[in-house]
Every structure is written in C-alpha cells, then in structure tokens.
Ligand binder design. Sequence first.
Ligand SMILES: C[S@@+](CC[C@H](N)C(=O)[O-])C[C@H]1O[C@@H](n2cnc3c(N)ncnc32)[C@H](O)[C@@H]1O
Length: 223
Amino acid sequence: MFVALFAINSMARVRVHQHVNPFAPYFRFVPEPLEIERLFARPELPVHLDIGCARGRFVLKMAQIEPNCNYIGVEIREPLVDEANRIAKEKNLENLHYEFCNAMIALSKLLENLPANLLQTVTIQFPDPWFKKKHAKRRMVNAELVETVVTHLAENGVIFVQTDIEFLAEEMFEYFRENADLREIEVTENPFPVKTERETAVEEKDLPVYRTMFIKENSGADE
Ligand SMILES: C[S@@+](CC[C@H](N)C(=O)[O-])C[C@H]1O[C@@H](n2cnc3c(N)ncnc32)[C@H](O)[C@@H]1O
C-alpha cells in the first residue's frame, strides 16, 4: 500500500512514510471544518494556507517573521502534523496551526467555516509529482482543489505555486489558468522571505524551479 521508506535523522524527527496513497481508506476521512476562533489568539488576522506543508518549517518561519498573519499548514502525513503542532506550541506561536487533511479530496470540508475574505495567501510548493501515468489521479492539485481554493480566497488574495518538475508545473498551472477569477502574475523568484526544505534542496543541486502566481480579481463581477 505504501512506498515503505522510513527515515529518521539525528534531530529526532518523527518516522514517516515518504509517500502515502491518498485513496487508501485511512486518508479518505472527512475532517472537521476549521474553527478559526478556537485556533488563533487573533482570529481576525488574514490567513496564509500552505497546502502539502510536510514538516511545516516554511510556515513556522513565516509565522515567526510575520505575527500579523495566521498560518495554517495542511499535510496528509499525520505524524508530521503532530510533530509540527508540538513545535509550534513549544515556541508559543499563537498564529500557527497544522491540520491533518487529504487536501485532494477534503479541502473544501476543512475550509467550510472559514469566514469570507480572510484567506489572503495560498502556497502550494513542490507537491508530490506521482510520476507514473497510472498514479496521476493521486496528484494533490486537481480541478476540485483549485475550485475550493479560489472560492475561499479573498479578493486580491494570491496563490503561489512552485515545483521543480516541469510537466507537473504545466499541469498545475493550467488548472489555475482555467479559472476566470484569477489573473496570472509572472514571478521568477520565490516572493516570500523563506524557502521550503524542498526548495533549498533543489537549489543546492542547481536545478530549475518552475513558479507562477495568481491574484483573485473579479469574484462575482459577472453575476
Ligand atoms: C515533496 S513534499 C514538499 C513539502 C514542502 N511543501 C516543501 O516544499 O518542502 C510534498 C508534500 O505534500 C504532501 N501531500 C501529498 N499529497 C497530499 C494531499 N493529498 N493532501 C495533503 N498533503 C499532501 C506530502 O505528504 C508531502 O509532505
């Protein structure tokens, strides 16, 4: 069922499978909708959602740099979520929360109660490519996920997407380009002051990164 790879390093990181099959029964659960008032000390702040956050170090550092934003990391590998929430608590970060969720099928349930116009930023960074054609359906970014993200995104909110896998970049960017509420903005660099672990690893190998950004412009304009 799983690609059985167990890794543990000297920093006592939790053991995790490298990939999980998002269609396995365990990952088909329906999450409770996020209750922002319960999660954050200042629930009125704008929200930045990082989907497929792995160990969540990107939002951890962002939450430390920018206290006037609430950060949510979403990840399908539960042990990573537990570990990341423990670290956030240890560091007394009241603007950071991680959620165990299969974003491919359950993001819309997770965001169901999110107050309108709070979601200002969404990042999707180096999602698993699931290279084989027969595994293409396991890719996290699909039409449903894009629809959910755009529905909840505030006016003028931004979506930043990056990956080092060219075919996956084209596939993901196309899903977003098809959405009439979004305008694409060309970016050559990561616009955030923090790089994810994967981005750092890719850059150390001097490999190309494919990135783009979208801004939500005309929500409801034609209604
Ligand atoms: C290659 S890692 C990149 C992690 C991080 N964004 C980075 O750039 O370092 C992709 C992450 O997406 C997570 N992921 C894959 N499918 C997912 C899904 N359906 N829902 C939530 N997370 C998922 C994986 O478990 C993994 O942690």
